[in-house]
Structures are given as C-alpha cells and as structure tokens.
Design a protein around this ligand. Structure first.
Ligand code: HEM
Length: 427
C-alpha cells in the first residue's frame, strides 16, 4: 500500500475539505436551509422550479441535458420513492458531464431498462455482500484502516475528517481498481478538473478528462495481457447480455466508463458519509457509548447516518412522457430533481426527523437510493465505514470532540454534504 496513505500532501486538504469542494463546484451554501426546505415540503411534495431557485440560491447546473429544460423539485419521501421506482416514466438517461459528443459517460448510472439490467448484472458480483465483507475488506480496506489507526496512536489530537475519513475510500477504490495507490490524489484532481471544478479553463478541462481516460485505458491494456485480482480484471472478465444479443465481454470503452463511475462514486461518497456517521455519534455521547458496549449497533448507526444526512443529496430523472406526480403535471422532457435529504426527513414518515437516532425502528430510507439504480457500492461503503469507525473505537476508548476547537457542523452544497471538520481528542 502506498505511502501517500499517511502523507501530509497538501492535496488532501485541497480535495477533501467539504466547504472548499463545494466552493470549487460553485454550489456552496453558507446558511442552513433545512427550515426553508421543510416549509416547502409541508406546502407541497412537488414544486415547479429547481429547489435552488425556490430558495433564492444561485443556480447550479448539474447536468448537460438539464440546460434549458423545465425543472421540478420533489421533496417528500413518497414522491421521491415513486420516481426512483418508475424508470419507464422517469429515465436516468441524463448526461451528467460536458463532453464534445454529448455521450453518456457515467456507465450504468445513465442507463435505463434492458441495457441497465444487463450492465448492472455484469457489475453486480463485484459488489455482493460476501465480496464486500471478504474480498474488499481483506484485500484493501483492513490494511488502510490499520495503518491509519497506528499513525494516530502517537497523537493527542486529530481532524478525523482529513486524517482518517478522507483517506480510506480513495485508497480503497484506487488500489481495488488496480491503480497504484500513489495515483489516488492524481486521479481525483484530474477528475474534478475535468468536470470544470475550480474554474479551470475549457482546454484544461478537456485535457484533464483525457488524462482520466488515459490512466484507465492504459491499465485496461495492461490487465488484458497480465490479469490481476482486481476490479479492472473482473470487469474485463465479465459478460454483458444485452436484450436480443448473445452474451459478450465488455469493450475497453465500456470497462473504462464503468470503472471511472466506480472510482467517482466510491471516492468521495464514503469519505463524507463516514464523517457524517462519526459526527452523529460524537455529538450524541449516549449513542456512542451504546455502540461501544454493543458493536453490532454500529450497523444501525451507519444506516441512520445515511437517513439523517446522505452525503449525496440530489439525483435527477428525465420525464419520458407527459405525466402527473402528486397532482402536478410534468411535461415530457422535464427534469425532476429528487432531493433525498428532504425525503429522508419527511415528518410523515419519521418522528423527530432532524435528530440522529440509531434506535429508530428500521424502515427504508433513500440515502442509498431505491429501485433499479439503488447504490451498487453500498456494501463496500458500509464495510469501509464499519471497519474505520470500529477500529477507532477499539484504539481510542476516550475518543471525543475536542472542546477547544470550533464545533463541527454539516456543510457543503445542497447536492453534496459532509462535516466541516472532525476535531477530536484521541486519548
Ligand atoms: C455512503 C456512500 C454512498 C452513498 C450515500 C451512495 C449513494 C448512491 C445513490 C443514492 C445512488 C443511486 C443513484 C440513482 O438512483 O440515480 C448510487 C448509485 C451508485 N453507487 Fe453509490 N453511494 C455511496 C457509495 C458508493 C461506493 C463506495 C461505490 C463503489 C465502490 C458506489 C457505486 C455506485 C454505483 C456504481 C451506482 C450506480 C448504480 C446504478 O445506476 O445502477 N457508491 N449511490
């Protein structure tokens, strides 16, 4: 495993600071909007217009295809669930990122119907629960966690956001894909630049996108001749059975696009979510003590963190034909915004929805989505968070928020959330 895991490379602070990330993406929101969103949701589950506009915030253009289309925002649990479960009326074929050919570049995430089922089936085995608990844990996650905890042992204070949470997912996903661990930050930087993050000029954006593709295509070429036990090799060995076609291997481009999606989906999400789960526990000492007593409660704490505040709060769908949702007419071609955190705090479904409470009765939430596109990597994400938090609790029986530091809070854009920092006393 690379030394970058433990290094003080300033790129960590640049790439793994929730506020800076949101500012670079031009969607940072300074004021807490929970009350205003709750008021909108109480007023109606579905509204004409994008949520940001309804809140008086500057627009954040999320998808290429959304430009110029009528937009609606969906805020209640039932309405979001209806949309997520109905891919006939609400399509996922939305181009997320600018590219010269307006190509769908996000693999399974942007597919529908038979094509989506076929590719999802091809990818699924890599992410099954037993593989997350076995292959992912033993080959990638456990070592990163153990080395990070050992590095904290000599210290009194830490910012767990930067010194711990940021490092586990990016190293897990980079090395599991098959790239050298030293490439972890390079990939993320190039990826963020390719999406126009950080006000980069269009030609720099283009060359960053090419760099990301080139890194993965070079790896695919290498693995075709010298297979290894990693995600790229498993994707190369997968078969896709598209409707009406004979099963076949994935092309280099299909492997590249899906590998890139896995790296993007896996590199930033579990980082922010592990921080949210730790924040929930550290600010609720009774619940933290209960988890210390009975480690099996950690699963419930992780699940509750995704209900309380999912780090990825917005997914969109394209309306395929004129339809109606909760009494609102939606024209064909409109874009519906599904605000998962608004849905997950719907008071008609949860008591005291704004409170983190791992003892809540178990019921579905939308933190990992639901329906056909439900998060493919959720078992991996849960293993990363479980392994990381559990190891911290074992190593530091007195772990607590640092009373001399600024009290941490959840920040970012409405679209991606995470803790401002996690300053702790370790001993
Ligand atoms: C706590 C962390 C994570 C959260 C909250 C999260 C959330 C989500 C959500 C809400 C979706 C559904 C998107 C939609 O309906 O359009 C999704 C899809 C997806 N996620 Fe995650 N994710 C997380 C971690 C990961 C990780 C670690 C990986 C990979 C290792 C991953 C891979 C994917 C993939 C490939 C999809 C697309 C699935 C499809 O379209 O069929 N995610 N994720």
């Amino acid at each position: 495993m690379s030394d970058l895991l433990l290094s003080d490379d300033p790129l960590y602070a640049e790439l793994y600071d929730v506020r800076r990330e949101a500012e670079a993406m031009r969607n940072y929101v300074a004021e807490d909007q929970s009350e205003a969103i709750a008021a909108l949701r109480a007023n109606a589950p579905v509204h004409a217009g994008p949520l940001r506009e309804l809140l008086g915030l500057p627009e954040h253009q999320r998808h290429v295809m959304a430009a110029g289309k009528p937009k609606y925002c969906v805020l209640s649990f039932d309405a979001c669930e209806t949309v997520l479960r109905d891919s006939k009326r609400f399509s996922s074929t939305i181009v997320h990122h600018p590219n010269p050919a307006d190509e769908k570049t996000m693999g399974v995430l942007e597919m529908d119907g038979g094509e989506h089922r076929a590719f999802r089936r091809a990818l699924q085995p890599i992410f099954l629960k037993h593989n997350a608990e076995g292959w992912w844990r033993t080959r990638w996650i456990n070592e990163a966690v153990a080395r990070l905890v050992a590095s904290l042992k000599t210290r009194q204070r830490a910012d767990l956001n930067l010194d711990f949470c940021a490092r586990i997912p990016v190293h897990t996903i980079t090395t599991a894909i098959g790239l050298d661990g030293e490439a972890a930050l390079k990939f993320r930087l190039a990826w963020m630049k390719s999406g126009g993050v950080g006000r980069v000029a269009p030609d720099e954006q283009c060359s960053a996108a090419q760099q990301v593709e080139a890194m993965l295509l070079a790896l695919i070429a290498k693995r075709r001749t010298a297979p290894q036990d990693d995600v790229i090799t498993r994707l190369i060995n997968s078969q896709v059975a598209l409707p009406g076609e004979e099963p076949r291997a994935l092309t280099d481009r299909e492997v590249m696009l899906n590998a890139r999606l896995i790296m993007i989906a896996g590199g930033g999400t579990s980082w922010r979510q592990m921080g949210i789960a730790l924040l929930g526990l550290l600010t609720n000492p009774d619940q933290l003590a209960a988890v210390r007593q009975d480690r099996s409660l950690l699963d419930a704490a992780i699940e509750e963190s995704a209900r309380w505040c999912t780090n990825s709060g917005l997914f969109c769908r394209l309306v395929t034909k004129d339809t109606e949702l909760e009494g609102v007419d939606l024209p064909e071609g409109a874009v519906v915004e599904l605000w998962l955190n608004a849905a997950n705090r719907d008071p008609t479904r949860w008591d005291r929805p704004d409170q983190f409470d791992l003892f809540r009765p178990v019921q579905n939430h939308l933190g990992f989505g639901i329906g056909q596109h439900r998060c493919l990597g959720l078992n991996v994400a849960k293993q990363e968070m479980f392994a990381g938090i559990s190891a911290l609790l074992d190593a530091f029986p007195n772990l607590r928020l640092d009373p001399d530091a600024e009290v941490p809070f959840i920040t970012g854009g409405l679209e991606q959330r995470g803790p401002s920092a996690l300053p702790v006393l370790l001993n």
